[in-house]
Design a protein around this ligand. Structure first.
Ligand SMILES: [Zn+2]
Length: 414
């Protein structure tokens, strides 16, 4: 049998059954899951997954930050492994699919290869990254960040939750303190399968998102300084009112960002003023601004325009201003050959597809620093995620896993 040109389906019922079974581990009242990183519930989810992986003939290894790697051997001792990864931890009121789908979809690829006795030269390593969500221990994509060298191992171990419990203590308690070094080895390519977490695929009725990269983002604080005075006797003209300047800034920044196309984003939040009084013109008014775009050059333009708008609108009425960059995360561009493998696989399986950018961060962002990487998205209901109502269909789950299976075979040339 030559399988090279044959499209392989996956076992939809097995994949769906496992997604539903995983969702029973720390299920929430409204149909979601609460398996926060490094908790007993997270460990219970991993134990369930580990049993399935072992039954599928995989070996398992844990690295120094608790990332779990299960491995299907390849036939060529020289061939580098293909990496598939995502996460099993959830938000406190998380859904059933964010992360979980990528792990169990990866396991389904291994199961399907086993079903067919299809040996491939490359080992397949399926990674369960530690603490992707960053809710209990506040560093998103922590495990993959340590693996990639973006975050120091000790810094990660020192992170604490609200009760003062450290990552290090939990790694010890759970026995996740592995001996495998938390750093990249020689993977030939990497994939992450994920729900879209946005509304585009569903709205366009497209079955597969071929993800070419991840938005770059910059976080700013904006601090405006006015002159406090009585809200009643002080005429509107001539006030040094930071709220007036801010109103113009917000309006103009939204307008400028809208002109930057489909992927540009701007989000103002965390407005605070002092003094805490309803009848005094504020002395200070601060907020945060999150801007995003997949192109670093456009992000530069967005920042420059925003700074010019703040300066002009504040100078108009004599309000002082300070804009501080707090966080700068560069756009991620996935590897052409891995993106192509996903796209050609989707076409071969006969699924409608489009290239797109991820608006959210994923472990794949850090993996891509060291290894040619791409992501596969499937639509989710109403674009909803980080919510107990997060939903996909069994069909959609099977579609994404079939595309992943085809893409893995393309990389392995089998
Ligand atoms: Zn996720």
């Amino acid at each position: 049998m030559t399988l090279a040109t044959e499209v392989l389906a996956v076992d939809r019922d097995r994949l769906w059954g496992r997604l539903m079974e995983m969702a029973t581990v720390a299920a929430t009242a409204n149909g979601g899951s609460n398996r926060q990183a490094l908790s007993d519930d997270d460990a219970a989810g991993r134990a369930l997954f580990g049993g399935w992986a072992q039954a599928a003939g995989c070996t398992a290894e844990t690295d120094e930050i608790g990332n779990l790697f299960v491995r299907r051997p390849g036939t060529d001792p020289e061939a580098a492994p293909i990496l598939i990864g995502s996460h099993l931890d959830t938000q406190p009121t998380g859904g059933r699919f964010d992360g979980v789908y990528g792990v169990l979809g990866g396991l389904e690829v291994i199961e399907r290869l086993n079903d067919l006795d299809l040996e491939i030269p490359n080992p397949i390593e399926l990674a369960v990254w530690t603490n992707e969500e960053g809710s209990r221990f506040q560093y998103s994509m922590m495990g993959s960040a340590v693996w990639a060298g973006k975050l120091g191992l000790q810094q990660a171990r020192d992170l604490t939750d609200v009760d003062g419990i450290s990552v290090a203590a939990e790694l010890d308690r759970l026995g996740w303190n592995g001996t495998r070094p938390a750093r990249p080895s020689d993977h030939v390519a990497a994939f992450e399968l994920h729900i879209e977490q946005g509304p585009i695929l569903e709205a366009e009725q497209v079955q597969i998102g071929v993800v070419t990269g991840v938005q770059g983002l910059r976080w700013f604080t904006i601090e405006l300084g006015g002159f406090p005075a009585h809200a009643g006797p002080t005429p509107m003209a001539g006030r040094k009112d930071p709220a007036m300047a801010m109103a113009a800034v917000v309006t103009e920044v939204y307008r400028a960002v809208a002109a930057k196309g489909e992927w540009a984003r701007a989000t103002f939040a965390q407005f605070n003023s002092t003094p805490v009084s309803p009848n005094t013109i504020p002395e200070t008014l601060t907020c945060t601004l999150d801007i995003r775009h997949p192109d670093g050059g456009v992000l530069d333009e967005m920042e420059k325009e925003m700074r010019a708008i703040v300066a002009a609108r504040c100078d108009d009425i004599g309000v002082t201003h300070r804009v501080t960059l707090q966080n700068d995360s560069a756009p991620v561009h996935f590897a052409d050959e891995v993106v192509d493998a996903v796209e050609r696989s989707a076409q071969a399986v006969g699924l409608s597809n489009r290239r797109m950018i991820s608006g959210a961060g994923h472990d794949a962002c850090y993996v891509a620093m060291h290894c040619p990487t791409a992501m596969i998205f499937v639509p989710c209901e109403a674009g909803l995620s980080h919510n107990e109502a997060e939903n996909i269909t069994a069909e959609q789950a099977a579609n994404g896993a079939a595309v992943l299976l085809g893409a893995v075979r393309r990389i392995a040339s089998v």
